[in-house]
Design a protein around this ligand. Structure first.
Ligand code: SF4
Length: 347
């Protein structure tokens, strides 16, 4: 059995050719699958009946991902738990903010990288999500938004690949997902409104710079290898020097900057020395910095720094001419904030 939403436009062109159908059928299929959000082959009413039957007989279908639960935070953030075909659960989060409604999409069930400040890392490696499953997150969330889930927002404006998992460890499928997301004839998001966030898989960052024209965010979180090794085991494979060199040579379109995510953890990476080191480390990298005061969870062994500490860190960066914002954690009460996604069924 093959889910038609696992095919990009190029794949659909090949498929249509194999079935001996006219090439424009691929465009029709593509639009139904990624714009129309149909749930069965028979809903694609402008395809000949016989073609639809042959698709079904050939083992093709359109997978339906169930929204098992929605939880709404007091701050307006909404977390969706989706049930996948194999029984696993995956979460995505809608974050309303001014004119923007951002969807934070998961790219894996679980994560093998084990960052110490992240609950997803704590559940261990799961599996890569397929194109059909990542697009299902967008389609499910879009449909709920379209039906008035979040007052004042008619559609999703931005997509960040920053939910469960490390996108660049699911590289090929994520690249296909980006293709569908940004294809004007599919989901149609502007490349400026799509961001991939990585923990620092350096070889894949280099590839991404060549393969895709989207925004890059990097979860940095430390200014020395000793601390980063402790917080993010991937640093032992790709230490800071290697990561920063890759960012320095990352091809950026005019006016674009890399977003540096820095989770501030009390007594671990939030000192004045850290702030000054960060100023030096990021020199020459066109970037903006997001400071995220840590969201503690049971058993993590870390604490959130006090307001003054965060303010001092912010000021040092700002005084050194970095564009820096302290991101208010969104959706903490529903465990939808950064590093809190677990995809547990029944949440
Ligand atoms: S922060 Fe991202 S890369 Fe690290 S464990 Fe969590 S999901 Fe994985």
């Amino acid at each position: 059995m093959k889910d038609l939403r696992d095919y990009t436009y190029d794949g659909l062109k090949d498929l249509v050719e194999r079935f001996g159908e006219r090439p424009y059928r691929a465009r029709q299929l593509h639009a139904w699958l990624f714009r129309g959000g149909v749930e069965s082959i028979d809903e694609m009413t402008d395809l000949p009946k016989d073609f639809r039957r042959r698709l079904r007989d050939g083992g093709f279908y359109i997978g339906v991902v169930e929204v098992l639960k929605t939880r709404r935070s007091v701050d307006g953030t909404v977390k969706l738990l989706l049930g996948l075909e194999d029984g696993s659960g995956v979460e995505c989060v809608l974050i309303p903010d001014g004119k923007r409604l951002t969807l934070c999409v998961s790219t894996q069930c679980g994560c093998s990288l084990g960052c110490r400040f992240c609950m997803t890392g704590g559940i261990g490696p799961g599996r890569n999500l397929r194109l059909s499953e990542m697009t299902a997150e967008v389609l499910a969330a879009s449909s709920l938004v379209g039906s008035g889930l979040i007052e004042g927002y008619g559609r999703i404006t931005n997509v960040v690949l920053m939910g469960m998992g490390e996108p660049l460890l699911n590289y090929d499928e994520v690249l296909r997902f980006i293709t569908v997301l940004t294809d004007p004839k599919a989901m149609g998001f502007s490349t400026r409104r799509v961001t991939v966030s990585t923990a620092g898989v350096v070889p894949a960052i280099k590839r991404l710079g060549r393969d895709a024209d989207i925004n890059l965010a990097v979860s940095l979180n430390a200014t020395t290898d000793v601390v980063r090794d402790r917080l993010m085991p991937i640093n032992r494979r790709h230490p800071l020097k290697e990561l920063l060199a890759a960012l320095r040579s990352y091809p950026l379109r005019k006016g674009r900057r890399i977003t540096m995510e820095y989770v501030l953890i009390k007594g671990v990476n939030d000192s004045r020395d850290d702030a000054y080191r960060l100023v030096r480390l990021l020199k020459g990298i066109p970037c903006k910095i997001n400071l995220i005061p840590f969201n503690p969870f049971p058993g993590c062994g870390f604490e959130r720094p006090g307001h003054e500490r965060v303010e001092t860190f912010w000021r040092i960066l700002s005084d050194n001419h970095y564009s820096v914002v302290t991101r208010a954690s969104r959706g903490m009460d529903i465990e939808a904030a950064c590093g809190q996604l677990q995809g547990k069924r029944g949440l």
